[in-house]
Write a protein that binds this ligand. Structure first.
Ligand SMILES: [Fe+2]
Ligand SMILES: [Fe+2]
Length: 286
């Protein structure tokens, strides 16, 4: 079985869309048996998701995993998007909503999850207290807005170098979960665990997780702004769950837009590395 995998097509951005169109055309010509998208295909609002998925010409199973950008909306409820609206829209286009419907063919299975984050990848050297991560804004940016004044009710734990970090994680503006990030991660992991238990008898499991499951996939230290973003790149809890299942052999993710591979125990972890300015796909022959 030949699997074609990509992520982070970001079809609702004009420059990214042009690159995605080229990549999709290349993938359409590449052949393969199963097609897999690992999140951030398009934001939920508008019809970019429909336009993107409809451009693929692929006769085999087409598997879809959402990313955080699928939950971006000007509306009030990302949770309804994730649990009801997006699965329906994706299925209506002939794609499989992998989080609910794992793929199995003989001894091979493919499971999928959005994953999420719990700030466990936050960089302690930045000295940023957790309450800022929860609001998805750094101290240097928060002090510019009166709405974030309560974050400074105490300042003894906000060192001067933390105030020099000016960054926001835009999930804070556009994703409305109605619960904490930790609670949401609990939910996505519970769903993933049920999938993994359901395919425990398969010899080879491929897991497609939008957020990073392993610290080894994090980008190298860069600027303070990028280091702030690491809090939102994923969670080691995802990887710990995957490593409990000896039949999980390959893990594909996206989200950081950085191509990285790592071997963690019996798991070969691959970040696709598509981003806004460059796209690529991977093939796996199982
Ligand atoms: Fe992305
Ligand atoms: Fe993402």
């Amino acid at each position: 079985m030949r699997l074609l995998v990509t992520a982070d097509l970001h079809y609702n951005h004009s420059k990214s869309k042009a690159l995605a169109d080229d990549l999709i055309d290349t993938m359409n010509a590449a052949g393969g048996d199963v097609l897999l998208l690992v999140g951030d295909t398009a934001a939920a609002d508008g019809d970019a998701l429909e336009r993107c998925l409809s451009r693929f010409r692929f006769s085999g199973p087409k598997l879809f995993v959402p990313g955080n950008h699928e939950l971006w909306t000007a509306g009030p409820d990302s949770h309804a998007l994730h649990t009801e609206i997006l699965p329906r829209r994706v299925r209506e286009l002939g794609w499989q909503w992998l989080e609910a419907d794992p793929f199995a063919l003989g001894d091979i299975a493919i499971v999928g999850s959005l994953g999420w984050y719990d700030y466990a990848f936050a960089q302690p050297s930045l000295g940023i207290p957790r309450r800022f991560y929860e609001r998805k804004i750094s101290p240097g940016a928060a002090e510019r807005y009166t709405e974030f004044a309560p974050l400074f009710a105490r300042t003894d734990d906000v060192p001067p170098h933390a105030r020099e970090v000016i960054a926001r994680w835009n999930d804070g503006k556009f994703v409305k979960l109605g619960m904490s990030d930790e609670r949401f991660l609990d939910q996505t992991l519970s769903r993933l665990e049920r999938q993994l238990a359901g395919v425990a008898s398969c010899a080879h499991v491929v897991a497609a997780i939008h957020h990073l499951p392993f610290r080894e996939l994090l980008p190298a230290p860069h600027s303070a702004q990028w280091d702030f973003a690491k809090a939102y790149l994923g969670s080691p809890r995802i990887g710990q769950l995957l490593c409990r299942y000896p039949n999980v052999r390959h893990v594909y993710c996206g989200h950081s837009h950085l191509a990285v591979e790592a071997k963690i125990g019996h798991v070969h972890a691959i970040n696709i590395g598509s981003g806004y300015r460059w796209k690529t796909f991977r093939t796996l022959d199982v």
